[in-house]
Structure formats: C-alpha cells, structure tokens
Design a protein around this ligand. Sequence first.
Ligand code: MTE
Ligand code: MO
Length: 360
Amino acid sequence: MSPLHDERLAAWLGVALGASLGAVFLTGLVSHFMQNAPAWAAWPSRPVNLYRVTQGVHVIGGLAIIPLLLAKLWTVYPRLFRWPPFLGAGDAVERAVVGLLVPAALFQVVTGLFNIAYWYPFPFFFTVAHYWTAWILAGAVLVHALNQRRKVAHAMMTKPDDAVPRRRFLLAVGATSGVVVLTTVGETLRPLARLALLAPRLPRTGPQELPVNRSAYAAGTTALANDDGWRLRVTGRVARPLVLSRADLRALPQRTERLPIACVEGWSASATWTGVRVRDLLDLAGAAPDARVRVESLERTGVYRRSWLDAPHARDPLTLLALGVNGAPLDADHGAPLRLVAPNRPGVMQTKWVGELVVT
Ligand SMILES: Nc1nc2c(c(=O)[nH]1)N[C@H]1C(S)=C(S)[C@@H](COP(=O)(O)O)O[C@H]1N2
Ligand SMILES: [Mo]
C-alpha cells in the first residue's frame, strides 16, 4: 500500500481543505447576499473594490482547492470502499456525512468550473444549485470536522517514522495549487495578467480595453447606440418623472470616476467612467432619500436585464449612469447609450443599455 494512504496526510489535507472551503463559502455568501439583499439589510457601497476582492478569493480560491481535493480523495479512497462499510451507529452517521460531502464538493467544483468557462450543459440554473449545495457542503464539512477532531489532533501530533514521501506529496499539492493561483489571478490583478494562462477572461481584452460578457449583438441592442429616439425615463415614486435625451444628460453635471467591473466569474477590470450621478437624477426627480431604484435595460430577454440599487448604492456619489468610458463614448458592447456603474457591486448588476430608472 502506498505510504500516502495515511492518517497524518489525510489530517493535514483535511485542515487545509476545511480552511479554504470556509473562505470560499463565506465569500460565496457575500456574493449571494449582494445579489439577493434581504429587505432589512442593504449591502454597503464601500470599500469600492471589496467585491472585487471577495469574488476573486471565491473563484480563484475555488480553483486552488481542486488539487487539495483530489489529493485528499487519493489519500483516503481505500477507506471509502472499506468493508464492512460501517461499525456501529456513530460510524454510520460519519460515513453518511462523508457520502454527502464528497459528491457535494465535487459538484461545487465542477459547476463552478463550467460557469467560469461559460458552458451550461446542466439542466438546472447554476446559481441556485451552487448556492444550496454550498449549504449542504458546509454542514457536512462541519459535522465531519467535529467527528474527526480528536483523530486529526492526534495524527498531527505524532511523529511518523518516515515523513519524507508525505512531505514531498504535500509540497507537490501545495505547489500545484500555487500554480493554479498564479495562472489565473491575473484576470483580476492586472500586473499578473501576463501569467494568466488559465484565466477565461483577461482584464484588457475587448473593446475600449475592457472585457465584455454579453455583447450588444447577443442582447439585440446594437441599434440603440445610434438611435436618436432613445430616452432615459425616471419613473415610479417621484415628484417629477423625467424623460431625458442624450443631450439633456450631457447638459447635467458630468462626473468622471475610476471604478471596476468585477464579474461574478472572478475577472475584474478598472476603467474611467464619465456620466451623470444617479443621485443627481434622483434629486432632480424628487425621489425620497431612502428610495430603492430598479434599473431597467432595453434588452428584452436575459436574466441580467435589470438590477436593483439599494439606498447606499443609489445615494453614493460614485454611482454613475455612464455615457463614456476611458475618454470615449461607450461602445455598444459596454452598454451604449447608457450603462450603470457603481462601487462595490457584482458585474451582473452593472446594467448595460439602460432605458429606465424605476423608483420604489
Ligand atoms: N443589460 C445587461 N447588462 C449587463 C449584462 C447583461 O447580460 N445584460 N451583463 C452583466 C455582466 S455579467 C457583467 S460582468 C458586466 C460586464 O460589463 P462589460 O461588458 O462592459 O465589461 O455587464 C453586466 N451588465
Ligand atoms: Mo458578469
């Protein structure tokens, strides 16, 4: 039998896995709550780059877990097929928990990978399945860790007779995770972009040096960029509904801010946006200071055709409806004639091709 099917190795890998799964679980929860904020808790709009960091940890951390997970499975797999399958009731529970944990962890890794590769071969909606499986996995990991805590402490304390093969194996696993991080983190850390061989998106590709997830062609909004009939409407619970043309928007105070697009898929890129503060428009329309705003795109279909601005984001002076980026008018693919860009916010909520703000 290989010296790698060993309790000490399983313990060390288990601790590393537990810690990294914890980090990925918490950052995943952050992303979930940013996108599905409960009525009683709006997410803050600062620090500007917070979501960029949490989602980078989530996606790149998730990728770095893969070598750990495979190594752990390799170390313990003879035990998975042990006979008899369990000894006594407590052991049966532990085996059931492991039976849940292993497929749940593999499911999270595989669906996450498919998602960042923009490949949706599964019959369910990615975010819903990934979110609920995360809770199952977190519960199973917690119970497993509690069940194993004595064994792990003992295994980590005892000195093995020959530690060399195990130490080499751990080093190789750690190095593999390190290589995964180094070859992907450039999708969000621009100085490392040249190393990002495994990253699905790079920060400087696409029109106006900014990546595109959904193009104007795919969204059916190409014609809007040159449509003189386009207007921005501000409607809902306002004292003065507004209908504004491009010229009307340009006549309002213009702001230029450097803000990132931080996609849920882990890539992010900063750009210099120019446009009108959402706050100024809300004041002009006479909206309440604590108003929530629904941002409606002119895209007809698509899951991300609308988003919500909670009060912190709606009132933040950095939250813009941008007409231009990096010194030029917006490209159709970046949401021309008008797109939302706000600090500390998932990319899916930076709505492009905006036609209406509905104040609620
Ligand atoms: N209307 C609309 N807006 C949208 C999307 C969309 O599909 N439809 N995609 C979002 C996603 S997932 C991201 S990451 C950002 C990307 O902005 P960019 O294409 O300008 O980089 O736009 C967001 N805005
Ligand atoms: Mo995105």
